[in-house]
Design a protein around this ligand. Structure first.
Ligand code: HEC
Ligand code: HEC
Ligand code: HEC
Ligand code: HEC
Ligand code: HEC
Ligand code: HEC
Length: 508
């Protein structure tokens, strides 16, 4: 038999083609339909970025396409087996490939060029999938309602241009895989609606800050003090403004840039501090251990709440890092008191409206079941207050009252998320000590070592008050620093906890 004859014979053998079977046809249809859809969605996404398009274009459809492509050869193999069973001996065990046959040659050429194009497109595709699942859109918007509190506050924070993954995942393959695994569960939890409300804080397995924050902020390069000005408005009729200017001794430890000192130096560079907390939010800290640069260990225990030996042995210790102080670098849920002070200071709200500070804080401190209910109630209480108590103001300063209503509603929308049960009360901010225990969790004068050493709580350990002013008139001040004067007498300031009275809501 000549080769020519052989070709016709085997060509006859192959007809009808092995792909003519149910599996291969379904597979082919899946691949073609998915491929066409991907092309369309990628185009659409380029025009209008949207996380829902992304999840189809880069995750679901490619999965369907690959499944389809796998089904084609599986179908062919099954079909071949079936034919061999039907006509034993006639169909050889393995397919015969002969590149001298033009039709086979073009089939092989098609196969290889298709594979080459497919592999390079999937390389681009998987990179896009990787980029997409790491994007702020994916993290912040896909699970719209769940992450809404974090996403909304993030957009207004100093880190609005830092991607979620830079803090929550960081560099390296290990954490990438870990995050995708827990992410897969989170996507499921979102669809199945089995997520906790609010999402618990602190994040139990957050990556250590050395590998996230310190990729951008280099702790050795902090130095010197920072001038901070705090402006408050009293809850009196005149909304009396009060200002405190102070130097915060942030410090650092780059000897060429200055003497190592300050908050950052003590906490991060010269000492390793670990602690035990007895609550899930790390607000109650009865046990603190300090290891200095020479390896000396000092243990401080709270006189107020001493742990038993058994509690001590079973408790887990946490090494202090950036997020033990900066736990809200990006998701800042402002207390009403602070948010209203900011609005008055930036003149978004008119401080000449009598009692506006007190009224605004009061409506914001109430708990509402839903956002529409809150917005309605804010408007009606503020209007009600001015129309009944100050009818003249209500008439002459009508626009100011309405502007205040809008501003208080904006404060509510930006900081309160009733659906997720989130507001400042659920997410304490550990910088400072006014509205939350913060630094005073340890620096309360109650934490003493066996040798009688106390974690310092004198008022100039961390800052120097330069000046205080009331209604624009300096109360006192000089550049050497002064003692902070509390506007009303509350006794010895080192013996009180600020956040007992300053709850952030109604009150001072
Ligand atoms: C500058 C760093 C940073 C960025 C950027 C960032 N986060 Fe966070 N996030 C944190 C820290 C720190 C915590 C609190 C961790 C802790 O207390 O253990 C946190 C907590 C959370 C929590 C837990 C609930 C809570 O509020 O404590 C969620 C959910 C969250 N972030 C989502 C996001 C999303 C979504 C984005 C992007 C839109 C994002 N984060 C961007 C640093 C960041
Ligand atoms: C990808 C880089 C990047 C990462 C990661 C990052 N930051 Fe920042 N951070 C910045 C930039 C940029 C600014 C300055 C923003 C500005 O001044 O507008 C900033 C500002 C800050 C500030 C000053 C905020 C203020 O009110 O002025 C603090 C505090 C801070 N970051 C803490 C953290 C902490 C804590 C983490 C880790 C949880 C972190 N950052 C992670 C880039 C980063
Ligand atoms: C003991 C608590 C504490 C720890 C731990 C801590 N910080 Fe700070 N940090 C502060 C305080 C307090 C300020 C003053 C800013 C303020 O009050 O808002 C500050 C300020 C900053 C600023 C703003 C500096 C400026 O000059 O504007 C950055 C950025 C910062 N910290 C980053 C970090 C990083 C990164 C880490 C971890 C390596 C860290 N901090 C650890 C308490 C701390
Ligand atoms: C987990 C407990 C803990 C927390 C929370 C904490 N500190 Fe400290 N801090 C310590 C310990 C322990 C020392 C070492 C005391 C010593 O050396 O005498 C220290 C020392 C310091 C010092 C140096 C004091 C000195 O000797 O002059 C400063 C400044 C400081 N802390 C600032 C802060 C600030 C600001 C905060 C809040 C943002 C804060 N700390 C929160 C435990 C804590
Ligand atoms: C362990 C460090 C530390 C100690 C001790 C400390 N403070 Fe502070 N204090 C801070 C930090 C940090 C801030 C800045 C908070 C911020 O940036 O919001 C602050 C802010 C303040 C403010 C301004 C708060 C505001 O929002 O208006 C006052 C007032 C103040 N401290 C008074 C005191 C007094 C009085 C004492 C002594 C009883 C004291 N502090 C002890 C760390 C400390
Ligand atoms: C016993 C309750 C109590 C304690 C404790 C307390 N305060 Fe106050 N604080 C008040 C009252 C009341 C006012 C006056 C509020 C007003 O005039 O509207 C006030 C006013 C202030 C103001 C002026 C701003 C404003 O809202 O009018 C600052 C700042 C302040 N306190 C800081 C602190 C600090 C820092 C501590 C902790 C060292 C502290 N307070 C502890 C009750 C307290």
């Amino acid at each position: 038999m000549s080769t020519e004859e052989n070709e016709t014979a085997s060509a006859d053998n192959r007809a009808p083609g092995l792909t003519r079977n149910l599996f291969s046809i379904i597979g082919l249809a899946m691949a073609v339909v998915a491929g066409a859809n991907i092309a369309f969605l990628v185009l659409l996404e380029a025009l209008r970025p949207n996380p829902y398009i992304g999840i189809f274009a880069y995750m679901i459809l490619p999965g369907i396409m690959v499944l389809g492509l796998i089904l084609i050869p599986i179908g062919m193999a099954l079909e071949r087996r079936r034919r061999r069973k039907m006509a034993p001996g006639e169909v050889p065990r393995f397919p015969r490939l002969d590149l001298n046959v033009p039709s086979q040659r073009s089939a092989v050429a098609f196969f290889f060029s298709f594979t080459a194009v497919f592999v390079s497109l999937s390389a681009v595709g998987s990179y896009r999938a990787y980029e997409f699942t790491d994007s702020v859109q994916f993290c912040g918007q896909l699970c719209h309602t769940i992450m809404n509190p974090e996403f909304t506050t993030y957009l207004k924070s100093p880190h609005a241009r830092v991607a979620c993954v830079d803090c929550h995942v960081g560099p390296g393959a290990g954490w990438y895989v870990r995050s995708k695994l827990s992410g897969a569960y989170q996507v499921y939890a979102a669809f199945a609606k089995v997520y906790p409300r609010p999402i618990p804080t602190p994040v139990a397995n957050l990556r250590p800050a050395q590998q996230t924050c310190e990729q951008c902020h280099w702790p050795r390069m902090f130095y010197g003090a920072q001038l901070k000005v705090f402006t408050h408005f009293a809850s009196d009729e005149k909304n009396t403004p009060r200002q405190i200017r102070m130097l915060l001794d942030i410090g650092g430890a780059e000897p060429s840039a200055g003497i190592p000192s300050g908050i950052h130096w003590h906490m991060n560079i010269s000492n390793q501090i670990s602690y035990i907390s007895t609550d899930s939010q790390r607000q109650v800290i009865p046990w603190v251990q300090q290891k200095d640069q020479f390896g000396h260990v000092t243990v401080y225990e709270s006189k107020a709440a001493k742990l038993t030996a058994q509690q001590l042995a079973s408790a887990s210790k946490r090494i202090m890092d950036c997020v033990d102080c900066h736990d809200r670098p990006s998701h800042i849920f402002l207390p009403p008191d602070e948010a209203v002070d900011n609005a008055l200071f930036t003149k978004h709200m008119d401080a000449s409206l009598p009692y506006i500070k007190q009224q605004a804080v009061e409506v914001l401190t109430k708990t509402y079941a839903t956002k529409p209910e809150a917005l309605k109630s804010i408007a009606s209480s503020l209007r009600g207050f001015y129309s009944s108590k100050y009818p003249q103001v209500y008439n002459t300063q009508h626009t100011a009252v309405e502007a205040a209503v809008v501003e208080v509603q904006n404060i509510y929308s930006a900081n309160f998320f009733p659906y997720m049960k989130v507001d400042w009360r659920t997410h304490p901010n550990n910088i400072g000590h006014l509205y939350f225990p913060g630094c005073f969790r340890c620096h309360d004068g109650q934490h003493v070592s066996a040798q009688g050493k106390v974690i310092p709580n004198t008022c100039n350990t961390c800052h120097t008050v330069l000046q205080q002013a009331e209604s624009g008139v300096p109360v006192m001040g000089n550049t050497a620093g002064v003692q902070f004067q509390h506007p009303v007498d509350v006794g010895d300031l080192t013996q009180v906890t600020c956040s007992d009275c300053h709850t952030g809501g109604t009150g001072p």
